[in-house]
Design a protein around this ligand. Structure first.
Ligand SMILES: [Zn+2]
Length: 85
Protein backbone atom coordinates (compact mmCIF):
# COMPACT_ATOMS: atom_id res chain seq x y z
CA UNK A 1 0.00 0.00 0.00
CA UNK A 2 1.25 3.45 -0.84
CA UNK A 3 2.01 5.67 2.13
CA UNK A 4 0.10 8.55 0.57
CA UNK A 5 -3.10 6.47 0.51
CA UNK A 6 -2.61 5.21 4.04
CA UNK A 7 -1.93 8.66 5.47
CA UNK A 8 -5.26 9.85 4.08
CA UNK A 9 -7.03 7.32 6.32
CA UNK A 10 -5.35 8.64 9.47
CA UNK A 11 -6.63 11.28 11.87
CA UNK A 12 -5.56 14.73 10.69
CA UNK A 13 -3.25 15.25 13.68
CA UNK A 14 -1.22 12.16 12.77
CA UNK A 15 -1.34 12.89 9.04
CA UNK A 16 0.16 16.34 9.61
CA UNK A 17 3.06 14.78 11.47
CA UNK A 18 3.55 12.21 8.70
CA UNK A 19 3.74 15.00 6.12
CA UNK A 20 6.64 16.52 8.06
CA UNK A 21 8.64 13.29 7.99
CA UNK A 22 11.47 13.03 5.51
CA UNK A 23 11.70 9.30 5.01
CA UNK A 24 9.60 6.14 5.23
CA UNK A 25 11.63 5.14 8.26
CA UNK A 26 10.70 8.38 10.05
CA UNK A 27 7.04 7.78 9.25
CA UNK A 28 7.18 4.22 10.57
CA UNK A 29 8.81 5.49 13.76
CA UNK A 30 5.95 8.00 14.07
CA UNK A 31 3.34 5.26 13.61
CA UNK A 32 5.07 3.13 16.24
CA UNK A 33 5.15 6.06 18.67
CA UNK A 34 1.47 6.84 18.04
CA UNK A 35 0.40 3.21 18.21
CA UNK A 36 -0.83 3.21 14.61
CA UNK A 37 -1.20 -0.20 12.94
CA UNK A 38 0.30 0.29 9.50
CA UNK A 39 0.23 -2.19 6.61
CA UNK A 40 3.28 -4.44 6.33
CA UNK A 41 3.52 -3.75 2.62
CA UNK A 42 3.69 0.00 3.10
CA UNK A 43 5.80 1.67 0.42
CA UNK A 44 6.88 5.29 0.13
CA UNK A 45 5.60 5.53 -3.45
CA UNK A 46 5.41 9.17 -4.43
CA UNK A 47 4.98 10.42 -0.87
CA UNK A 48 8.39 12.03 -0.61
CA UNK A 49 8.68 12.95 -4.27
CA UNK A 50 6.48 16.04 -4.19
CA UNK A 51 8.25 18.51 -1.90
CA UNK A 52 5.63 21.22 -2.37
CA UNK A 53 3.32 21.44 0.58
CA UNK A 54 1.18 24.30 1.79
CA UNK A 55 3.07 26.12 4.56
CA UNK A 56 -0.25 26.94 6.23
CA UNK A 57 -1.94 23.54 6.43
CA UNK A 58 0.72 21.06 5.16
CA UNK A 59 -1.55 19.93 2.33
CA UNK A 60 0.02 18.56 -0.86
CA UNK A 61 -3.08 19.66 -2.73
CA UNK A 62 -1.36 22.66 -4.30
CA UNK A 63 -1.34 23.95 -7.85
CA UNK A 64 1.18 26.15 -9.57
CA UNK A 65 -0.11 29.56 -10.57
CA UNK A 66 1.32 32.48 -12.49
CA UNK A 67 0.68 35.90 -10.98
CA UNK A 68 -0.32 38.90 -13.08
CA UNK A 69 3.25 40.22 -12.86
CA UNK A 70 4.57 36.98 -14.36
CA UNK A 71 5.99 35.60 -11.12
CA UNK A 72 5.18 32.03 -10.20
CA UNK A 73 3.57 30.86 -7.02
CA UNK A 74 1.29 28.23 -5.60
CA UNK A 75 -2.27 28.08 -4.39
CA UNK A 76 -3.41 25.59 -1.79
CA UNK A 77 -6.63 23.86 -2.85
CA UNK A 78 -7.46 22.97 0.75
CA UNK A 79 -7.11 26.29 2.57
CA UNK A 80 -6.93 28.68 -0.38
CA UNK A 81 -3.70 30.38 0.71
CA UNK A 82 -1.24 31.65 -1.86
CA UNK A 83 2.44 31.16 -1.28
CA UNK A 84 5.81 31.01 -2.97
CA UNK A 85 8.66 28.65 -2.25
ZN1 LIG B 1 -3.23 25.03 2.79
Amino acid sequence: MELEEFVKTLPKRIAMKAYRCESLFDVMMLFEAEGIDYPEDLIAGTFFVNPIRCPYCESVNVVEIVNSDGSEGYRCLDCGQLFTI
